[in-house]
Design a protein around this ligand. Structure first.
Ligand code: DX5
Ligand code: ZN
Length: 230
C-alpha cells in the first residue's frame, strides 16, 4: 500500500514570479516541487540552474511548513529533474543550493553507478529518469540503488505535450518487479490521464500545465492525489 504524492512542475508558470508560484503550489496542497532543469543540449530548451534553486530555497524555507507527514516521509521537497548532458557536473552545486533529490537521465551518463553514489554522498535522494525511447530493462539494473524511477510520458523538453499512454507498461512492469520503489510519471499528466498512471502503479505524480494553468489548482491537485491513493 502506498500513497501518491503530487509535485507540480512550474515550467509552465510565470517564470518571473517563480518564488510566488512555488508558494502558491504548496498552499494548494503540493507535496513537493518538481523543478525542470534544461541545458539546451540534452533537450532543445533552456530553463534555469542551481543559482535559481538557491533563491527559491529562500521562499520555500529549509523546513517546509506544509505538512509534517510530507517532511517525514518524503524529504524531497525539491525534486530536480536534470535534463542536462553532463549530470555529474551539477551534483555538488545543486546540493549546496538546497536541492533534496537529484533525478538524472540514464541516457546522459555512461556511469550511472558512480553518479548514484556521488548523489547519495552529497546528501540528496536519487532519481533515475528514462526518456520514452529507453526501455525499462535498461533501468532495471539500477533500481535497487535508487529512491525513485522517473518514467517520462512525453519527450522531455517542453510542458503542455500529450500524454503517451504507451509508456504505462513500463510503470506496471517496474511496479511488479520493485514493489517498494517510488515511481514517478512526468509529462501530460492531468485529470484525463491520471487513471492510467494510478492503475499502472505510479505513486509520484508530476503535473505541469494541468495544475499551473488551472483556475483551481487546489482541486486539480486533490483530484490527482485521491485517484491514486489506495
Ligand atoms: C517536460 C518536463 C515536465 C513538464 C510537465 O520535459 O520534464 O516536467 O514540464 O509539464 P506538463 O504536465 O504540462 O506536461
Ligand atoms: Zn520534468
Amino acid at each position: 500500500v502506498y500513497t501518491a504524492k503530487v509535485g507540480p512542475s512550474i515550467l509552465s508558470s510565470d517564470l518571473s514570479q517563480l518564488g510566488r508560484e512555488c508558494e502558491r503550489m504548496m498552499e494548494c496542497g503540493a507535496d513537493y516541487l518538481h523543478l525542470d532543469v534544461m541545458d539546451g543540449h540534452f533537450v532543445p530548451n533552456i530553463t534555469f540552474g542551481h543559482p535559481m534553486v538557491e533563491c527559491l530555497r529562500r521562499c520555500i524555507g529549509p523546513d517546509p511548513f506544509f505538512g509534517l507527514e510530507a517532511l517525514l516521509t518524503l524529504c524531497r521537497i525539491t525534486d530536480m529533474h536534470m535534463m542536462v548532458s553532463r549530470p555529474e557536473q551539477w551534483v555538488k552545486p545543486m546540493a549546496a543550493a538546497g536541492a533534496n533529490q537529484y533525478t538524472f537521465h540514464l541516457e546522459a551518463t555512461t556511469n550511472p553507478g558512480s553518479l548514484i553514489k556521488e548523489i547519495r554522498e552529497s546528501g540528496m535522494k536519487v532519481g533515475l529518469a528514462i526518456k520514452p525511447g529507453t526501455t525499462v530493462e535498461e533501468l532495471a539494473p539500477w533500481a535497487g540503488q535508487i529512491d525513485m524511477a522517473l518514467v517520462m510520458t512525453v519527450e522531455p523538453g517542453f510542458g503542455g505535450q500529450k500524454f503517451m499512454e504507451d509508456m504505462m507498461p513500463k510503470v506496471s512492469w517496474l511496479r511488479s518487479q520493485f514493489p517498494s520503489l517510488d515511481i514517478e510519471v512526468d509529462g501530460g499528466v492531468g485529470p484525463d490521464s491520471i487513471y492510467r498512471c494510478a492503475e499502472a502503479g505510479a505513486n509520484m505524480i508530476v503535473s505541469g500545465s494541468a495544475v499551473v494553468s488551472s483556475d483551481d489548482p487546489r482541486s486539480v491537485i486533490a483530484l490527482l492525489k485521491n485517484v491514486v491513493m489506495e
